[in-house]
Ligand binder design. Structure first.
Ligand SMILES: CC(C)(COP(=O)(O)OP(=O)(O)OC[C@H]1O[C@@H](n2cnc3c(N)ncnc32)[C@H](O)[C@@H]1OP(=O)(O)O)[C@@H](O)C(=O)NCCC(=O)NCCS
Length: 208
């Protein structure tokens, strides 16, 4: 779906339970569609986008997952692997960017927006913010990455982690919330040998 707002942090309306038409109008405005016709166009593409979102999660091969996520507006570089059942933000997929050589294992959630209930507006911000996953990072299985986070080049997010802050390049982080565990050195050795990444091949059919 084409989103017309610039890819940078933007405050959003808080969530309130409203009738479906009002909800769609609000969502359309958040994506930069301010007219009635714009809202209808946006609503149509939201339905298409939902199909792509489901297809990308259930698709059996990494190549089709990447292809479908790109159709949703996710920016994806070369030689990227995406595992099964990976949810890249349902509402603002175009705020996710994934650089070359990144591997995202299955069952991961990458979120770019947070819209708390109106009732909580004194306690939490409501916003959308870009998530960037830099070159050659590895996101292991079952993690959650929150809005606005950048995962640095060559960094590793260990299985089951919840990432609330930026991760430095070539760092291993783990846990909930994710904490720095150690600096990764093998990546540099690998590069200095002129090694190639596994992701340059076709990869396994199931990057779970
Ligand atoms: C990243 C990973 C490989 C690191 O595993 P590892 O080599 O055992 O890590 P280390 O030995 O360097 O562990 C260092 C510390 O971090 C902790 N740690 C490692 N992985 C952790 C995790 N997922 N969550 C919390 N803590 C973790 C270890 O317990 C250890 O703590 P200690 O020093 O207090 O004993 C592993 O956590 C992981 O995520 N594996 C990927 C599994 C996966 O996604 N498979 C499918 C796709 S390929």
């Amino acid at each position: 779906m084409k989103c017309k707002i610039p890819i940078k942090r933007k405050e959003l309306e808080y969530y309130s339970c409203t009738p479906i038409l009002q909800t769609m109008r609000r969502s359309a405005k958040q994506h930069g569609y301010n007219t009635i016709w714009g809202a209808i166009w946006f609503t149509f593409w939201s339905v298409v986008d939902y199909g792509l979102h489901l297809g990308a999660q259930f698709s059996p091969t990494p190549g089709t997952r990447v292809w479908l996520q790109k159709r949703r507006g996710v920016k994806i570089g070369k030689n990227v692997q995406i595992g099964p059942f990976v949810a890249l933000d349902y509402v603002f997929p175009n705020f996710v960017s994934i650089s070359d050589g990144v591997s995202i294992a299955g069952w991961n959630y990458i979120l770019t927006h947070v819209t708390p209930l109106e009732y909580h507006n004194c306690d939490f911000d409501s916003y959308v913010a870009p998530v960037k996953i830099e070159k050659d990072a590895w996101i292991a299985i079952g993690t959650i990455i929150l809005p606005g986070v950048t995962i640095g080049e060559g960094a590793v997010v260990a299985a089951g982690s919840l990432v609330t802050k930026d991760v430095e390049p070539h760092a291993l982080v783990a846990g909930t919330p994710a904490r720095f565990i150690k600096r990764l050195t093998r990546y540099k050795e690998h590069n200095s040998r002129g090694g190639k990444h596994d992701s340059e091949g076709k990869g396994s059919p199931d990057n779970g």
